[in-house]
Design a protein around this ligand. Structure first.
Ligand SMILES: NC(=O)c1ccc[n+]([C@@H]2O[C@H](COP(=O)([O-])OP(=O)(O)OC[C@H]3O[C@@H](n4cnc5c(N)ncnc54)[C@H](O)[C@@H]3O)[C@@H](O)[C@H]2O)c1
Length: 446
């Protein structure tokens, strides 16, 4: 027995030292599990930093496209991606047994909500189970998927430790929230500061050392729960401020005040104010969803997250408000919605991206279709959308604008020729202030 006690600390120290050495010499073999908007850019950053990177995905079509050297994520250009794949620095597989050969693995799988607004943890559970099957001494595991505080220590840790390995000694586990902002030309994966918190100080040290190899700034925090809460604070802050400004827009509408002018003027205050803008509703995989992870977890502690529920309610009503605007605008032009041709510019949930998840444009289209309008859409990034049980194909912008009784700007993509839209349209409901700077009787602002 005494020889066992003497030996174990030596093994444990060597697991940390070995990993530290492999990371800092860039010999560590890096894995990224889930090759979507978050996982693919992350894999690219580590390959660019000199690591050999393996990506994992359950969708074979994605794995094949990845290995063909074509980037299906718009922010990652082929001229960066292809050479990394060709050189062998970057590859993808659906064979999870490769995890046995890795030193690190980042989990970047979806964390959606169920219809009941409860977290759907099935992807995180499946990813963790896949890693647990191949976890080995010296492996550093990082969860990046946005989730409720406690996920890493309550859900992920027990699965990884079930085989008898000790966290912080044999293997290492961190949470590091992903903050990527698709379509943002200034801030991308490499220059967005990376928060990381581990289960133990050794885990945090390993996680921070790892991210420092490829990312500009790393912000270590004291625990996985702090790191999980950081992301939820950030996104809840946005969601609530957008809810506030959407409510302002509703009030301004009734008082016949231009909310956009109010915000621009308020934003001249050099301290204590940060502008948020109203719009047709929240979209994307983060802002409409993440705060509900927090309110769900809060209920467990007997506390209701009232700000979140209220802002969620206001934001979710915005598509209906836009439809009311369309109705009024058409009625002023003596047309009913039923039978009118409505052209929606933009299906993506925000400017200059191709992501339609939770996009309010889809809600607006459904609502006006149900009222009997004939709806078309155009979007430079989105060729096709699913609307209830049907698909709509994107149309050419200007002929559709010309044919429409009312044009609705649901997304303010920068590449759209708005001057030409104003010239050709009969009526425009602008939900994004995309026509700022243009003056025309045809424009109805949110
Ligand atoms: N998209 C964003 O802008 C963004 C920003 C910050 C944080 N996040 C968070 O990051 C996480 C990932 O989001 P995303 O937008 O990259 O999602 P995504 O849907 O674009 O990509 C997820 C990928 O994971 C794969 N996958 C699912 N289950 C898997 C499994 N068991 N094993 C391997 N692969 C699996 C899917 O096939 C898909 O390719 C989510 O929690 C999201 O909230 C996203």
């Amino acid at each position: 027995m005494s020889s066992e006690i003497l030996q174990r600390p030596i093994e444990r120290v060597s697991a940390v030292d070995k990993l530290r050495d492999r990371i800092s010499t860039k010999k560590a073999r890096v894995g990224v599990l889930g090759l979507g908007y978050v996982g693919l850019p992350l894999a690219v950053e580590f390959a660019r930093a000199g690591f050999e990177v393996v990506g994992f995905d359950v969708q074979q079509s994605k794995v094949d496209e990845f290995n063909s050297g074509h980037s299906y994520i718009k922010d990652v250009k082929d001229d960066v991606f292809s050479p990394l794949v060709k050189s062998g620095k970057l590859r993808a597989t659906s064979d999870f047994s490769v995890i046995r050969e890795l030193d690190t693995i980042d989990i970047c799988v979806p964390t959606p909500l169920r219809k009941t607004k409860d977290p759907d943890m099935s992807f995180v559970v499946a990813a963790t189970d896949a890693i647990a099957e191949h976890v080995h001494p010296g492996l550093l595991v990082m969860l990046e998927s946005t989730t409720y505080p406690g996920t890493t220590d309550e859900l992920v840790l027990p699965k990884l430790a079930a085989g008898g390995l000790t966290v912080g000694e044999d293997f290492f586990l961190c949470f590091s929230p992903e903050r990527v902002d698709p379509g943002n030309p200034k801030y991308q994966t490499s220059n967005i500061p990376k928060v990381v918190g581990g289960i133990t100080p050794a885990c945090t040290e390993m996680g921070a050392l790892f991210y420092k190899q490829a990312l500009e700034t790393v912000v270590p925090v004291s625990s996985t729960r702090v790191a999980e809460m950081v992301k939820l604070l950030e996104n809840t802050f946005r969601m609530i401020n957008i809810g506030l400004v959407n409510e302002m827009a509703l009030m301004c509408d009734r008082m016949k005040i231009d909310v956009w002018e109010v915000i621009d003027a308020a934003a001249t205050k050099p301290f204590g104010f940060m502008p948020f803008y109203p719009g047709p509703g929240l979209g994307g995989h983060c802002i409409p969803i993440d705060p509900f992870y927090l309110s769900w977890k809060s209920k467990e502690t007997g506390m209701e997250a009232r700000f979140i529920e209220l802002a969620g309610y206001i934001n979710s009503r915005m598509p209906e408000f836009v439809v009311e605007k369309i109705q009024h605008a058409l009625n002023d032009a003596t047309k009913p919605v039923r039978g009118s041709r409505i052209h929606v510019i933009g299906a993506a949930y925000k400017r200059d991206i191709d992501d339609v998840r939770e996009s309010p444009a889809l809600d607006i289209i459904v609502l006006v279709q149900r009222m009997g309008a004939v709806v078309t859409f155009s979007d430079p990034y989105v060729p096709r959308i699913r609307v209830e049980d049907n698909y709509l194909e994107a149309q050419d912008l200007l002929p559709s604008v010309e044919a429409a009784d009312c044009v609705v700007i649901a997304t303010d993509h920068t590449g759209v020729d708005y001057r030409a839209v104003i010239d050709r349209a009969k009526l425009i409901v602008d939900t994004r202030h995309a026509l700022k700077g243009f003056r025309s009787e045809k424009i109805v602002k949110l």
